[in-house]
Design a protein around this ligand. Structure first.
Ligand code: GLA
Length: 398
C-alpha cells in the first residue's frame, strides 16, 4: 500500500515555469536528493543507418527531460509525470507493463532490466518531465529512458558504465516498450557534448565528438505532423534491409549487414533485387558514404559541402528510402530558398516530425519567420521552429 503522500501525488500544485525539483518538493513534501537531465537529439546526417551497423552524426539539443527524486526505504517506486500530469506506482519486485500510464513504461523497462542485471535497487519517489516535443522525431523517449538510467545511477551510486547505460536504455525501448529502434538516440542522449556533434560507428560503438563551427546554427522545424506511420513503416524498412543483405550476399561478397556493402557489390547485385530493395540498399550504402564525408568536411570547416551532403541525404530519404512526406518536403523546399541556408533535410525516422537546417547565425531569425509563414501559406499548417544549442548528454558533466 502507498502511504499518505498519495493525495499530494495525485494532485500536485502545478505552476507554469515551476522546475521539476520544485514540483518534486510540492508533490512529496521534501527536497529531491538527486536531479538529472537527459537531452533530446537532432540527427545532422546518417539516417536509417544505425540498425544497419553504419554511421551517424547526431547532436544532443537543449531540450531536456529532467528527473528529480529521493530514495525510499522500501521497494516501491512512485512517479509523477509533469507532462502527462499523471502519477503511477509500481513494485520493484514485480515490474509489469502499464497499459494505461504508458508514459511510465520507459522507466519501468529501465528499472526491470537493471534489476535483471543484478543491480538491486531501493524504491524511490520521483518526478520527471521537460520540453522535448513528443512524437516529433527528437527522441523524447530516448531522453526519458536515458534519464531514468542516469537517475538510478546517481541516486543509488551504481557506477554504471556509459555504454552499458546506452544499451540498457535501448533494451527498455526494444524489449519492454516494444519499439524496434537502433542505438543512435540513446547514445547521443547519454554521450552528447556541448557545441559538438557525435560521430558514431554503430557497429563497434566507437565514437568521437566533432566540434560544430561558430557562426552557424542548427535550426529545427517541427512539421506538427505526428509520425503515424513511423513504427509500421520502420519495421518494413528493417525487413527490407535484411532482405537486401541476403540477396547481395547470395551474389558472392561476404556481407553481414548493409554496412559491409560497397557500391561495387551493390551494382553487381542489382539484377538479384527488385527495384524497391535496390533503392533501400542504395540509400543506406550512399548515406554511410555521406556521413564519412560530412565528418571530414565538418572537421576541415567546409560547411558548404556539409550542407550539400544534408541536401543529398534528404533526396535519398525521399526518393530511395521513401520515408519523407509532403509536409517535410515542403519545409525543406522552403528552407532552401532562404538566404544563409547551407543545407536542409528531414531528420529522424520520417513520416512527419522535424527537419534539420544548417543556417548562418545572422540569418537564423529571418529564416525562422520566413519558413513559418511559407508553411502556413503553402499547407495551412503551423510549424514550430527551434534554434538549437548542441548540449551535454546525461552522463557528461559540464
Ligand atoms: C529513429 C530510431 C533511430 C534511427 C532513426 C532513423 O529515431 O529510434 O534508432 O533508426 O529513427 O535514423
Amino acid at each position: 500500500m502507498i502511504d499518505g503522500g498519495i493525495s499530494r501525488l495525485a494532485r500536485p500544485h502545478r505552476k507554469v515555469n515551476v522546475t521539476i525539483g520544485e514540483l518534486f518538493q510540492q508533490t512529496f513534501g521534501a527536497p529531491p536528493e538527486v536531479v538529472v537531465r537527459a537531452p533530446g537529439r537532432v540527427n545532422l546526417i546518417g539516417e536509417h543507418t544505425d540498425y544497419n551497423e553504419g554511421f551517424v552524426l547526431p547532436a544532443a539539443i537543449d531540450r531536456m527531460i529532467t528527473y528529480a527524486g529521493r530514495c525510499r526505504t522500501d521497494r516501491r517506486v512512485r512517479v509523477y509525470s509533469s507532462d502527462f500530469q499523471a502519477s503511477a506506482d509500481f513494485d520493484l519486485d514485480d515490474i509489469q507493463k502499464d497499459c494505461q500510464n504508458t508514459w511510465s513504461n520507459y522507466l519501468r523497462g529501465v528499472s526491470k532490466f537493471l534489476e535483471a542485471d543484478g543491480h538491486r535497487l531501493t524504491g524511490a519517489d520521483m518526478v520527471f518531465g521537460g520540453d522535448v516535443p513528443r512524437e516529433a522525431g527528437l527522441s523524447s523517449s530516448a531522453a526519458v529512458e536515458v534519464g531514468a538510467a542516469a537517475f538510478w545511477n546517481r541516486l543509488q551510486g551504481l557506477g554504471l558504465d556509459p555504454v552499458y547505460v546506452v544499451k540498457l536504455a535501448r533494451r527498455a525501448e526494444n524489449q519492454f516498450v516494444g519499439v524496434p529502434c537502433g542505438i543512435m538516440d540513446q547514445f547521443i542522449s547519454a554521450l552528447g557534448r556541448r557545441d559538438h556533434a557525435l560521430f558514431l560507428d554503430c557497429r563497434d560503438l566507437t565514437y568521437r565528438h566533432v566540434p560544430l563551427r561558430a557562426g552557424v546554427k542548427i535550426v529545427v522545424c517541427n512539421s506538427g505532423v505526428k509520425r503515424a506511420l513511423a513504427q509500421s513503416e520502420y519495421e518494413v524498412r528493417l525487413e527490407q534491409c535484411r532482405a537486401a543483405v541476403e540477396k547481395i550476399a547470395a551474389t558472392g561478397p561476404p556481407v553481414k549487414s548493409l554496412r559491409d556493402v560497397r557500391f561495387l557489390d551493390l551494382v553487381a547485385a542489382r539484377g538479384a533485387m527488385d527495384d524497391v530493395l535496390w533503392r533501400r540498399a542504395h540509400h543506406v550504402v550512399s548515406e554511410n558514404q555521406r556521413v564519412l564525408e560530412a565528418v571530414m568536411v565538418l572537421e576541415s570547416g567546409d560547411l558548404e559541402r556539409f550542407g550539400e551532403l544534408m541536401n543529398e541525404s534528404h533526396e535519398s530519404l525521399r526518393d530511395d528510402y521513401e520515408v519523407s512526406c509532403k509536409e517535410l518536403d515542403t519545409l525543406v523546399e522552403l528552407a532552401r530558398r532562404q538566404p544563409g541556408v547551407l543545407g536542409a533535410r528531414m531528420t529522424g525516422a520520417g513520416f512527419g516530425g522535424c527537419t534539420v537546417n544548417l543556417v548562418r547565425a545572422e540569418a537564423a531569425e529571418n529564416f525562422a519567420r520566413a519558413v513559418t509563414r511559407g508553411y502556413e501559406t503553402a499547407l495551412g499548417l503551423q510549424a514550430e521552429v527551434y534554434v538549437c544549442q548542441a548540449s551535454d548528454g546525461a552522463l557528461v558533466s559540464g
